[in-house]
Design a protein around this ligand. Structure first.
Ligand code: NAD
Length: 300
């Protein structure tokens, strides 16, 4: 292909990868999609992309490979497996993994890519399916300056902000640290509202005070877990996600594994993971993560 238009293989066309791949098609790139699901295959064809039935077929002519897969084991298999990217893509291919996975898998795959003569970045996102469709994701990126600069025009198509966090794995590290903080701050915000209820304090008054004083945080001012104060928060829409509790639990598990492996003390992160586990096991997994307030109140 000529100019800035690229031949891209996109592997993993689910809730996030599907709309991200379609945005690349709309920007004029030649996108060959791969997914196990027939409906995802149909969707990329309908949007003007090409559908391949194996990774080897999709990547052999690609200049860039993007992946958006559920977890570290899928990413490892897709890159390092027999029919995998590293065996079949050309040397010099740019590899962009946007999945949220553990730091160790991200570093291991990046190392293998480097040995195969390819350039790889980890580029997990925040912004959810709505941001993926709108092209307004935030990318947290780990990798060399050169690889990040090569990837930037494509990341700019799929998102609105790119933070280069450091070397391989730094994007994943930034993502799980941020989301551990988010899980903890959401539970803290819920607890403040539940205590206010018991004390007979009007929740709107707590919001008015905390949102303009030292209790201020994103979980309160942008994503308030009680209906009323923030019109766009899922609490006003029967706690439909948004960001599902199961996704929060996945990220808290990644944070806990990283803390255990690297020897970090994260007692609040561990407790947040336990509470989200209990909430998910009591039918909360498909609800928005802010619905944990109902579980903490004692009636999930
Ligand atoms: P999803 O389950 O909707 O999509 C994953 C897709 O990968 C599926 O369509 C599946 O068929 C495909 N897949 C799995 N193994 C494959 C293989 N070997 N070859 C080809 N395709 C394969 O998940 P999602 O919601 O799109 O999430 C993807 C990633 O993005 C996850 O790591 C998730 O943590 C992260 N993420 C999701 C959100 C969100 O709100 N959904 C937000 C931020 C980050």
């Amino acid at each position: 292909m000529s100019g800035d238009l690229r031949k891209i293989a996109f592997i993993g066309l689910g809730n996030m990868g599907g709309p991200m791949a379609i945005n690349l098609v709309k920007a004029g790139h030649e996108v060959t999609g791969v997914d196990l699901s027939p409906s995802a295959q149909e969707a990329i064809k309908k949007a003007g992309g090409i559908c391949a039935h194996s990774i080897s077929a999709a990547v052999k002519e690609a200049e860039v490979v993007v992946t958006m897969l559920p977890a570290g084991k899928h990413v490892d298999a897709v890159y390092r497996g027999e029919d995998g990217v590293l065996k079949h893509a050309k040397p010099d291919t740019l590899l962009i993994d946007c999945s949220t996975i553990d730091v160790e898998s991200a570093r291991k795959v990046a190392e293998a890519a480097h040995e195969a003569g390819m350039h790889m970045i980890d580029a997990p996102v925040s912004g959810g399916a709505v941001g993926a469709a709108a092209g307004t994701l935030t990318f947290m990126v780990g990798g060399s300056d050169e690889a990040v600069e090569q990837a930037r025009p494509l990341l700019d198509v799929m998102g609105k902000s790119v933070v280069h966090a450091g070397d391989a794995g730094a994007g994943q590290a930034a993502k799980i640290c941020n989301n551990m903080l988010l899980g903890i701050s959401m539970i803290g915000t819920c607890e403040a509202f539940l205590l206010a209820e018991k004390l007979g304090l009007d929740p709107q008054k707590l919001f008015d005070v905390a949102s303009t004083s030292s209790g201020q945080c994103w979980s309160l001012t942008s994503y308030c877990p009680i209906p009323g104060p923030v019109s766009t928060s899922p609490a006003n829409n029967d706690y439909k996600p948004g960001f599902a509790a199961a996704m929060m639990l996945k990220d808290l598990h990644l944070a806990r594994e990283a803390a255990d492996s690297f020897g970090a003390e994260t007692p609040m992160g561990h407790r947040a993971a336990e509470l989200y586990e209990q909430f998910c096991n009591s039918d909360g997994e498909n609800r928005d993560f802010s619905a944990i307030i109902q579980f903490l109140r004692g009636g999930s």
